[in-house]
Ligand binder design. Structure first.
Ligand code: HEC
Ligand code: HEC
Length: 255
C-alpha cells in the first residue's frame, strides 16, 4: 500500500525514526510511472538521446592538435570497456583521491589532448559523460570501496545520514526509511545513481548527478556545495557503491 505524507506529518514521524538497516538496491526506474519507463526504454522516444548524440560528436571531433577521444578509444568509443566505466569513481594514487568518471574524461582531455581543463559539470563534459555511460548501458555498477577508497566511502555515508539544512533532515530519511511513500505528488525512491546523467522532463534538459545533489540540498534548505566539491565526490563514491549490481541506465528519464 502506498503511504501519502505531507512534509509536516513526515517530519513528525521522523522524530521517532530509527536508523534503518541496509536494503536491497532498487533502481529509480522501478518507481517511475509506466509511461516514463517506456520513454526511457525507447531510444527514439528518450529525449536524453539528444545529449548522447551530442556527446558522440564531441567524442569523435579532433581537437587543436588533431587528437580526438576516438584516437585512443576507437570511433564512437567502441574500444571503451563497459566494465571499466562501471567501476568509477576509482582511486588515483597520483591525485591521492577518488576520480569520478567525469573527472577522468577531463583528465584525458588535459593530459592526453593538451586541452585546458573545464569546470566541473561544463555542458560538454556532461555530454561526454552521458555518451560514455550510455555505452555501458546494462553493465552492473561495480565500485570497489575497499582499501584506499574506504575513507571517502565512509565520509559519503556520514553525509548521507547527517541531518542538514533548515529542515534538519538527512538524505537517508527520504531515501531509505520512506522509500516507496508519496511526498506530496512524488514517489520517494532510493536516490540511486545508476541512471545519471538523467533527462529531466520539467526543465527539458540533462541533469548531472552533482546538479541533482544541489537540488536535493536546496529542497532541505541547506547550503549547497559546488559541483565537483569534495562533499559531492564523497557522496558519489558512497551512492554509486551502495548501488553496486544495478545496471547502468543512462540516460534515465525523470520528471
Ligand atoms: C592519448 C590517448 C587518450 C585520449 C586522446 C583520450 N583518452 Fe581516455 N583514457 C586513456 C587511457 C590510457 C585511459 C586509462 C586511464 C587510467 O586507467 O588511468 C583512459 C581512460 C578513459 C576512461 C575510463 C574508462 C577506461 O577505459 O579506463 C574514459 C571514460 C575515457 N578515457 C574517456 C575519454 C574521453 C571522453 C576522451 C576525449 C575527451 C579521452 N578519453 C581521450 C587514453 C586516452
Ligand atoms: C524531503 C525528502 C528528500 C530528502 C531528505 C532528500 N531527497 Fe533526494 N529526492 C527527493 C524526491 C521527492 C526525489 C524524486 C524526484 C526526482 O525524480 O527528482 C529525489 C530524488 C533524488 C535523486 C535522484 C534519484 C533518481 O533515481 O533519479 C538523488 C540522487 C537524490 N534525491 C539525492 C539526495 C541526497 C544526496 C539527499 C541528501 C542531501 C537527498 N536526496 C535528500 C526527496 C528528498
Amino acid at each position: 500500500m502506498t503511504r501519502y505524507l505531507h512534509l509536516s506529518a513526515f517530519m513528525a514521524a521522523l522524530l521517532f525514526a530509527t536508523a534503518a538497516g541496509a536494503v536491497e538496491p532498487r533502481s529509480g526506474y522501478d518507481f517511475l510511472p509506466p509511461e516514463f519507463q517506456a520513454m526511457q526504454d525507447d531510444p527514439f522516444e528518450n529525449p536524453g538521446m539528444f545529449t548522447v548524440d551530442l556527446g558522440r560528436e564531441l567524442f569523435n571531433a579532433p581537437g587543436d592538435d588533431g587528437t580526438s577521444c576516438a584516437t585512443c578509444h576507437g570511433a564512437d568509443g567502441e574500444q571503451l570497456r563497459p566494465a571499466r566505466i562501471a567501476r568509477y569513481p576509482v582511486f588515483s594514487p597520483k591525485l591521492n583521491g577518488p576520480v569520478t568518471l567525469q573527472k577522468q574524461i577531463d583528465l584525458c582531455r588535459e593530459e592526453r589532448m593538451n586541452e585546458f581543463p573545464l569546470t566541473y559539470d561544463d555542458p560538454s563534459l556532461v555530454a561526454l559523460e552521458t555518451f560514455v555511460r550510455h555505452r555501458a548501458r546494462g553493465e552492473p555498477v561495480k565500485v570497489d570501496v575497499s582499501g584506499p577508497m574506504q575513507p571517502y566511502y565512509k565520509e559519503g555515508e556520514r553525509l548521507f545520514r547527517t541531518r542538514i539544512g533548515q529542515l534538519q533532515m538527512a538524505c537517508s530519511h527520504c531515501h531509505e526509511q520512506y522509500t516507496g511513500a508519496m511526498l506530496r505528488d512524488q514517489l520517494l525512491n532510493q536516490a540511486q545513481t545508476n541512471a545519471f546523467p538523467t533527462h529531466r522532463l520539467l526543465t527539458q534538459d540533462i541533469s548531472s548527478l552533482h546538479r541533482k545533489l544541489r537540488d536535493c540540498f536546496a529542497t532541505l534548505r541547506a547550503m549547497p556545495f559546488q559541483p565537483g566539491s569534495e562533499e559531492y565526490i564523497n557522496l558519489e563514491v558512497y551512492m554509486n557503491a551502495r548501488g553496486n549490481g544495478l545496471p547502468i541506465e543512462t540516460p534515465g528519464i525523470r520528471r
